[in-house]
Design a protein around this ligand. Structure first.
Ligand SMILES: Cc1cc2nc3c(=O)[nH]c(=O)nc-3n(C[C@H](O)[C@H](O)[C@H](O)COP(=O)(O)OP(=O)(O)OC[C@H]3O[C@@H](n4cnc5c(N)ncnc54)[C@H](O)[C@@H]3O)c2cc1C
Length: 428
């Protein structure tokens, strides 16, 4: 698969999402209250929020709407971070820690509320997200998560082995927990729905328009593009794992790690009924994550990681084909109709980093694999901040940009970390 900005990478979502709203490239000058760079969930959620508040918003996107992680992900709407638990998030966020936990707790419902409010065609199902425990010892982790989220008012519960087997259709797992506010969506459908909503609220989106530089000009910011420029009071950098060199150190704060995704041919009705019978989305406790969900047509969507990128398509088909057969013997080794990949933005401490880069310029990095709900929620807050809500009322902890030392080397060796995670997965 190419990563060509001129076309949407082929994927199940590119084949099934409703068409995007019509957009064009920027030619000439534009002015705005707010220039948003990047049309994924962060940028589009920020644009929608700011446009609804009455601001003149211009979004510029290097490729197409949802071309980055937002159009390629697994579509699991998960109101947690991947590694950090609530107590840790609260402690690391200082004075804003608990407020940030609250934002994450409510983030899945935010996504589904937006989909309902704007009548988006995004195959949304809010029936709960499940995290099964892959070893008996991980049930303690599940119990800790249920306690920590439960005490903060999240709709969570612990699932014993029998309950997990009933919900997943396999006895592969030892139990686990569920958050009933989670669910699944067609991720590209959602990105395009957000774009439509933002345009209806008055925002303008220019696609195939990469920002090449951001510079101060008196009281304004000037964002330069190949055939034009946007002059704005404020800039929101919403480029995440697909960042280019727009702001010193920003790109080097996050390592783009490939996550491979694949969708089977539609399963037969009989088999379909025996796998995830209530249609849940799940991601288990492994570091080399096992994750499964269905789309609206009964295709099982899963995927995984590879330590090395050579011959990736054959190798991921084989690895994940074997995995599906081991977890779901009733499916066997499936035929995959679609295989694709995207970059997950990994920070060194596995935490999201939100920044005020300069007066009037904000951005964030580091979804660490859980960003459908998180990017929507952070984007909304950056949109509120850009339209006058003071930082004191924004539930985001701010931090300085912290580039990863020896970035080039760290980026090259990052995929090999999966070997360490697999090793840990086999231990208590
Ligand atoms: C394969 C995969 C599976 C995932 N699965 C899940 C999941 O199931 N659940 C979950 O919660 N999270 C998941 N994630 C994470 C989630 O998709 C991301 O966290 C989220 O989409 C990030 O949104 P974003 O808007 O911040 O960034 P993106 O969607 O990556 O958008 C950034 C945009 O910025 C544009 N851009 C970059 N540089 C420039 C520039 N100079 N000028 C203009 N535009 C620019 C890019 O073209 C891109 O469109 C997954 C991610 C991947 C890659």
């Amino acid at each position: 698969m190419t990563d060509n900005r001129n076309e949407m990478p082929p994927s199940l979502w590119a084949a099934t999402a409703p068409a995007p709203p019509e957009t064009a490239a920027l030619a000439g000058g534009a002015s705005a209250d707010i220039c948003v760079i990047g049309a994924g969930y962060t940028g589009l959620s920020a644009a929608l929020t700011a446009a609804e508040a009455g601001a003149k918003v211009v979004v510029i996107e290097a490729a197409a709407i949802g071309w980055g992680a937002s159009g390629r992900n697994n579509g699991q709407v998960i109101p947690t971070l991947s590694r950090m638990d609530p107590d840790e998030i609260a402690a690391s966020g200082g004075a804003k820690g608990e407020e940030f936990v609250g934002l994450i707790r409510d983030s899945a419902s935010l996504v589904f509320d937006l989909i309902r409010k704007h009548d988006m065609d995004a195959e949304a199902v809010q029936n709960g997200w499940i995290q099964p425990a892959h070893r008996e010892s991980r049930m303690a982790v599940a119990a800790k998560r249920v306690e920590a989220w439960g005490k903060r008012g999240a709709p969570v519960s612990l699932l014993d082995r029998a309950a997990m087997a009933r919900l997943t259709g396999t006895d592969h797992w030892h139990g686990g927990w569920t958050n009933r506010s989670g669910g699944r969506i067609n991720p590209l459908g959602y990105a395009r729905g957000l774009a439509r909503a933002a345009i209806s609220a008055g925002a303008t989106i220019f696609t195939h328009t990469p920002a090449e530089a951001i510079a101060r000009d008196g009281a304004k910011w000037v964002v330069t593009t190949p055939n034009g420029r946007v002059v704005a009071d404020r800039v929101i950098i919403a480029t995440n794992a697909y960042s280019t060199d727009l702001w010193p150190g920003f790109r080097e704060e996050v390592i783009p790690v490939r996550s491979y995704q694949m969708a089977t041919a539609p399963l037969t009705d009989n088999v379909r009924k025996s796998v995830l019978p209530e249609g849940h989305a799940l991601s288990d406790t492994r570091g080399d994550l096992y994750f499964f969900r269905f789309d609206a047509n009964g295709r099982l969507i899963t995927g995984g990681a590879l330590a090395l990128g050579f011959d990736w398509e054959n190798r991921i088909r084989e690895r994940i084909g074997r995995r599906v057969a081991a977890v779901y013997p009733q499916v066997g080794v499936p035929k995959f109709d679609y295989v694709w990949w995207g970059y997950i933005g990994a920070t060194a401490d596995k935490a999201p980093h939100v920044h005020e880069l300069a007066p009037g310029v904000t951005g964030w990095n580091g979804c660490n694999g859980r960003g459908v709900a998180l990017a929507t929620a952070i984007g909304r807050e950056l949109g509120r901040q850009a339209t006058g809500t003071p930082w004191s009322d924004i539930p985001l902890p701010l931090s300085p940009v912290r580039p990863i030392p020896a970035y080039g080397f760290a980026k090259r060796i990052a995929p090999a970390a999966i070997l360490d995670r697999r090793w840990r997965d086999g231990r208590d």
